[in-house]
Design a binder for this molecule. Sequence first.
Ligand code: PGA
Length: 223
Amino acid sequence: MKQLYIIANWKSNKTASEIGEWFDSFKNQFDQENVDLTNKEIIICPSFPFLKLANDCVSKLNLPLKIGAQNISQYGPGAHTGEVNGEQLKGIAEYVIIGHSERRTNFNESNDDVSKKISMAKNYGINPILCVQDENTEIPEKVSIVAYEPPSAIGTGNPDTPENAESVASKIRQEGKAESVLYGGSVTSENASSFSSMENISGFLIGGASLDPLEFLGIVKNA
Ligand code: PGA
C-alpha cells in the first residue's frame, strides 16, 4: 500500500473559535466512523497565528493529525518585518507549504525565493511541501513531497483529469525530484478516489473542501 498524504490548506480562513469548532467536529465524526489511517498522513495547515492552537487541539483531542505552516521566510532571524522564520516554526510546524501559485502570482515569489525557502525549511527540520503548477515548474532540489496544482483547477470546481495528473506525477517521479507527488485543485470527497487510485498520485492538497471537517474526513476516507 502506498503512503498517502492528505493535506488541508486553509489559506487565509478561520478564526480561533472556528478552528476549535473544526477540530471538535472532526474528532466527533472521526471517532464515530473508526477511520483506518494505516497508510495515511493527515496534515492541517492553518494561518501562522493559530499553529500553536492547532497543535493544542490535536493533543487535547488525541487526534492523529500533523500540523503544517503555509509559508516560511527565506531569511533567518533578524530585521525582516512581517516574516516568520524557520527557527520560529520549528516545533509548531512539521511541514510547510512552499511555492503555492497564489504566492507566486499575488506576492511575486520567484523560483529563487522558492528555492531559498526549501533550503531554509530543511535547515530547520521542517518538511517542505513544494507546489508546482505544471510539469515544467522548477524543482530546485529533491524534496519528499511535491503537490501538482494546475492554477486553472484551484478553487474553480474544474479539477484536472486524473489521467493528466497521473502523467505529470509520473514525469516528476521519473526525474527523481520527489518521493511522493500529490494532486491539488478542486478535490472533493467525490472525486478523490479517481486521483488516489492512480499509481503515481500519493494524496492531495485541499483548499476549499478542507474548510468543512466532514467533507475533509470524507476525502480522507475515500482516498
Ligand atoms: P482548492 O485549492 O482545493 O480550493 O481548489 C487547492 C489549493 O489551492 O491548494
